[in-house]
Ligand binder design. Sequence first.
Ligand SMILES: *[C@@H]1O[C@H](CO)[C@@H](O)[C@H](O)[C@H]1NC(C)=O
Ligand SMILES: *[C@@H]1O[C@H](CO)[C@@H](O)[C@H](O)[C@H]1NC(C)=O
Ligand SMILES: *[C@@H]1O[C@H](CO)[C@@H](O)[C@H](O)[C@H]1NC(C)=O
Ligand SMILES: *[C@@H]1O[C@H](CO)[C@@H](O)[C@H](O)[C@H]1NC(C)=O
Length: 461
Amino acid sequence: MTMLPHSFTMIATIIIVLVQTLVGVSSLLQTDKISTLPGQPKVKFHQYSGYITVDDQHQRALFYYFVEAEKDPTSKPLILWLNGGPGCSSIGVGAFVEHGPFRPGDHNVLVKNHYSWNRVANVLYLESPAGVGFSYSSNTSFYNLVTDEITARDNLVFLQRWFTQFPEYSNNDFFITGESYAGHYVPQLAQLIVQSKTNFNLKGIAIGNPLMEFDTDLNSKAEFFWSHGLISDSTYNLFTRVCNYSTIRRQMIQGNLTDVCATINKLVFTEVSDYIDQYDVTLDVCLSSVNQQAYVLNQMQETQKIDVCVDDKAVTYLNRKDVQDALHAKLIGVSKWSTCSRVLHYDRRNLEIATISILGSLVNSRIRVLVYSGDQDSVIPLINTRSLVNGLAKEIGLNTTVPYTTWFEGKQVAGWTQVYGDILSYATIRGASHEAPFTQPKRSLRLVKAFLERKPLPSVV
Ligand SMILES: *[C@@H]1O[C@H](CO)[C@@H](O)[C@H](O)[C@H]1NC(C)=O
Ligand SMILES: *[C@@H]1O[C@H](CO)[C@@H](O)[C@H](O)[C@H]1NC(C)=O
Ligand SMILES: *[C@@H]1O[C@H](CO)[C@@H](O)[C@H](O)[C@H]1NC(C)=O
Ligand SMILES: *[C@@H]1O[C@H](CO)[C@@H](O)[C@H](O)[C@H]1NC(C)=O
């Protein structure tokens, strides 16, 4: 007799909780669903964006933009994409400049990107850590010193809560990808996932032009500049023998740049010129960014195939009130959205954390690893990345299974690749920038597709 009302209460409670959960989840999904982005062409896939709180007490929340695969999303893998910086936006760069479904064009319209990564996967773009883009911390003391460790932890909490909101994706193959400083974020997050045993079906990681080892990565800049004709023989000598780039950067971070290093640094960048995009030394620059007057005099980008001013257009687009409303985005603690954070103080000493060894431990946990390089980048050139991966393979005893060879997209060489064991591979993307999918969208899509499908890159025409 006494049990009956109790059971009834329990069942009633369970039902109420269940209903609340279901309603909660679906209303969250409805809130985050994007009906349409201003200026976008009509599409059939769904898009979502909004916030996931990662710290309830300090009201810290990360902003995401999720694009479902164009066709058959349930059977396609899920990719998390992270841009680097540290402090730069995955939405402003990854989604709207590199491989999202749309790029901002002229006259306030979005243009369909035919080589969007959502042709092969569901893609989740995350602005991380808090303080980047639309992501925020209401307690601004969070911004005083953010580290790799904090970033990885927040990203893990984000994923746990995001999967709660999108449980239908928890069984899909999951990949973590990114570029540049995400050479820290991606392996560190993957390692934390493995360690915390919340593996979310993690199958692999892919990192492009990644920072993995400070000295090696920074010091190949001299050879890259010199071999591409950007600096003279004598400057090359000074830049390698008297003061190299890792020393310059280390001194800058520590605030004690010596006179001799300052002089060499100035000499190098005077020879290189402001009118060279260091992220792609063969690409023309967006003149409006370098120099407003020169832009008016010299509008030669009209004939360019690649819109070198797309970064600026993304900034304009993401700062429109109607766009922010459509994205469910808020500006908290900042007056405008910017590509790279102006509020965040990232611990620059973290740049020296080597992440190459983390790739080794991921490989040992049977997580597939792809490292790729846009081969026109002088910021993290291919030279150092290729040798780091090669060195890692030797160290962990992985033999070459595909010797260094060309790979193809269509009838042209798309780059070179080498595969180690059945788990680690390296590839260059020919003619690509630091942001490879921006300048070589088709080749980049081909590479990522092969990686996701676990297929070899096309080795013949
Ligand atoms: C903000 O965060 C700092 C550091 O975690 C903490 O000491 C402070 O009490 C917090 N402030 C508020 C208003 O919660
Ligand atoms: C860079 O310079 C530092 C300090 O002189 C030196 O220890 C290091 O070996 C140099 N690295 C390279 C690759 O030349
Ligand atoms: C620069 O500062 C760092 C850390 O404060 C110190 O270890 C280093 O010796 C300094 N270098 C020079 C050249 O003063
Ligand atoms: C790698 O190659 C060496 C030499 O051919 C061989 O002894 C070794 O067993 C190979 N390792 C693996 C993991 O296949």
